[in-house]
Write a protein that binds this ligand. Sequence first.
Ligand SMILES: Nc1ncnc2c1ncn2[C@@H]1O[C@H](COP(=O)(O)OP(=O)(O)OP(=O)(O)O)[C@@H](O)[C@H]1O
Ligand SMILES: [Mg+2]
Length: 502
Amino acid sequence: MRDVVKRFPGVIANDGVNLAVRTGEIHALLGENGAGKSTLMNLLFGLYNPDEGEILINGKSVHFHNTRQAVEAGLGMVHQHFMLIPRFTVAENVILGNEGPDSILDRAAASRRVAELATSYGLNVDPDAKVGDLPVSMRQRVEILRALYQGSRILILDEPTALLTPQEVDDLYVILRRLRVDGGTIIFITHKLREVANVSDRVTVIRRGKTIGTRVTSETTSQELAELMVGREVLLRVDRPPATPGETILDGEDLRCTGAHHQETLNVASIQLRRGEILGVCGVEGNGQSELVEVLSGLRKPDSGTLTIKGQDVLGENATGFRQAGVSYIPEDRHGRGLVLDFPLWENALLGNTERPEFTKRGWIRSGWIRELTSSLMARFDVRAPSASTPARSLSGGNQQKLIIARELQRDPDILLAIQPTRGLDVGAIEFVHRSLVETRDSGKAVLLLSFDLDEIMDLSDRIVVLSEGRIVGEFKGSTADRAQLGLLMGGRPSEPAMAAA
Ligand SMILES: Nc1ncnc2c1ncn2[C@@H]1O[C@H](COP(=O)(O)OP(=O)(O)OP(=O)(O)O)[C@@H](O)[C@H]1O
Ligand SMILES: [Mg+2]
């Protein structure tokens, strides 16, 4: 890609980007939130046309008018946000758009072909499962299968690991290496420097729409890459003074939930949040995290148990009542629960705040004031967008996340539920969020941090609990936890000292 330019109203997303990728390599594409990575890949895949510049594949200049032409040229793309049809099966999704000339679809044959392909790449997924029933990691495999089925020789993966657990990330690396052995070429977008080091051969960094440089991965360091990305020195770990925990502000006992098939999904005997403390919750996804968060945010009533905030019983309250009691919530699913994508940023800043007098007066929305607030939040939290009237949809993933964090911290909550708060954020933004969490703690608030990134949990938490099969199976002082021990507990294999600590 040579001197590629792509403009959107008010934004130059790509401002003369150069990217050269070799056959058979895994090439990482690194850059801050909003740097222009997804846009560049969308151009390559024929979703947009460049305003200027040239794209060459195997030395030949190409002009794709749609993704079909890109697929025919051997490209495949796994998008940052999934593009599958939930009601269709895996096989149907994989062959969609590639059904062949026959007017009657041979489902059995398609399903067989998809199963063969899955086996040959170690992509363990049931071709007849309905995509809507699959966990995200499986959906991602379906996206990869889809690209392989189309015969892609150049595979673009836009933040493929943002939603995966550490084990699933390892599985994905194995798949990518296998593709490389077969002569496939992979462009891999990520914010995680450790992943760049683990999986890529070379790495290109872009910043604010321009190429900053390309490095051979083995000849660079995380520190150098972080600095290339943000243009300044970055603290890869936050400085954190020891906590001085105060009174218990949230107290839950015997919280139980059951799932659709009457199975137990949550059974927490006791959980407390204290002022001035960050409680880290770790565990493998699907072990009661969503249920716990839904109960603590008022989105779900547990089947039994008690829950008080500042001594008041809150179980009769809905989510609004919880917010009024002082709870802020950074949700895991930013599109599903965090934002209304078609609303402008200022209306998104209003969400969840309509009960507050600054935001509404006698039933009228104070739009002027909210717009000003939104602009100042955008400046403070570095939300990069043309204005407070921009629709949330047109922001890059990371900037959408920063807007949610800004809104939730602006409420000055007593309790902050931070669920995967740095997912999809760049190193500079992560540093900022981590600092904000510590500041929130140090101003006497209680923070619950739920993350699938063990390093994040260990770096930030004053106390750590491990969830497994809906139960708290271990509790540690932040400084005494060790990775291996946590890992064992997460996998449901308690070790002796952990049980003693619990
Ligand atoms: N369809 C669009 N309409 C208007 N602006 C857009 C559109 N798509 C992207 N942008 C803007 O272009 C810039 C680059 O966005 P892009 O999504 O390429 O960033 P990114 O590097 O992928 O970031 P992230 O790491 O947060 O996903 C951003 O300022 C974004 O707001
Ligand atoms: Mg992106």
